[in-house]
Design a binder for this molecule. Structure first.
Ligand code: BDR
Ligand code: CA
Length: 313
């Protein structure tokens, strides 16, 4: 089978960086057509810069990186420097990128790529707020039916929220965009906190990254060392969740994940529960299923895959 064509839409973010590295390390399964940056963990000038730094870390200056939307559709941008540090990619000491940022806007790249490709051959991989994807769908509704699948990190059901008591960060930052994407009719696969909180970077797992002894292995270990201080303290867990690589890992090894095809709606107005992903996990409504919402992960298999693939870079 030829590799699956993907666009990674991202707000790096240390865990976004690992998701990108995993994709770039897996050319048999994944062909990265481009990386589109969005404002999220940190503002857009930093996320597009970080995306280029990650490509250079992987020695892939040929990957086109595009800057997209710098603010959510209707709300003021909320960022997460308290988790990811001032740059969004605190931890390793990576050089400033020298590869260029593409002139084209990320949203135009998404639209043009979907229109140019055969229908059903391009998968979108959002790892941050859904602003770029929703903007593309609103501006060019014809592309929705051309998407093969959207595999995204966002939301939560059993784990409820991480940025508010009821909302996960990516959905909370731009709930209106999430609402557009979840109602779009595109085939959706969701990696919520329910799954990503099983992907804990314990000390032995991070030591395995470091032990690769390569610039990539060492940088990934340093990224994790940085961002895990926050989550370990918050959750009292033995390591931080490595959220976003669940998306690219799923495209390589779907057998590592289990979930249910259910209805998922986004809360867009309530001040108390804004950005909540209301997943009908137990099938108590007659609302039509619109997403495969993952619930469990083979964490050992996930980290074995990550370590094996990162070793190739
Ligand atoms: C998500 O929010 C960001 O901080 C991470 O990169 C991940 O995409 C987890 O809630
Ligand atoms: Ca992210």
């Amino acid at each position: 089978m030829p590799p699956r064509k993907i666009i990674i839409d991202t707000d790096p973010g240390q865990d976004d960086a690992v998701a990108i590295l995993l994709a770039l390390a897996s050319p048999e399964e994944l062909e990265v057509l481009g990386i589109t940056a969005v404002a999220g963990n940190v503002p857009l000038p930093l996320t597009q810069r970080n995306a280029r730094m990650v490509c250079e870390l992987a020695n892939r200056r040929d990957i086109p990186v595009f800057a997209g939307c710098d603010t959510p559709l209707e709300r003021t941008l909320v960022t997460a420097e308290h988790v990811h540090g001032k740059t969004g990619l605190d931890g390793p000491d990576l050089p400033d990128p020298t590869m260029p940022l593409q002139d084209q806007h990320a949203v135009d790249f998404i639209i043009d790529t979907l229109r140019a490709a055969d229908p059903g051959t391009v998968t979108l991989c959002p790892l941050g707020p859904l602003t770029n994807i929703a903007t593309a769908f609103t501006r060019a509704p014809d592309i929705v039916s051309r998407v093969q699948e959207i595999v995204l990190m966002g939301g939560a059901y059993f784990e409820v929220g991480n940025i508010t008591p009821t909302a996960e960060f990516n959905i909370y930052v731009d709930p209106q965009a999430a609402d557009i994407v979840f109602k779009s009719g595109a085939q959706l696969t969701v990696m919520p906190l329910d799954v990503t909180h099983q992907a804990l970077v314990t000390t032995p797992r991070n030591d395995a990254f470091r032990a690769l002894g390569t610039p990539v292995g060492i940088a990934v270990a340093q990224m994790t060392d940085f961002f895990e201080r926050f989550d370990k303290e918050k959750y009292g867990s033995e390591g931080a969740p490595l959220h976003d690589p669940c998306v690219t890992a799923y495209l390589i090894r779907p057998d590592l994940f289990k979930g249910r095809h259910v209805n998922v709606e986004i809360e867009t107005t309530s001040p108390l529960t804004l950005g909540m992903t209301v997943a009908d996990w137990w099938g108590v409504t007659n609302r039509a299923p619109n997403a495969t919402f993952m619930g469990s992960l083979d964490a050992d298999g996930y980290f074995a895959l990550l370590t094996e693939r990162l070793a190739r870079l």
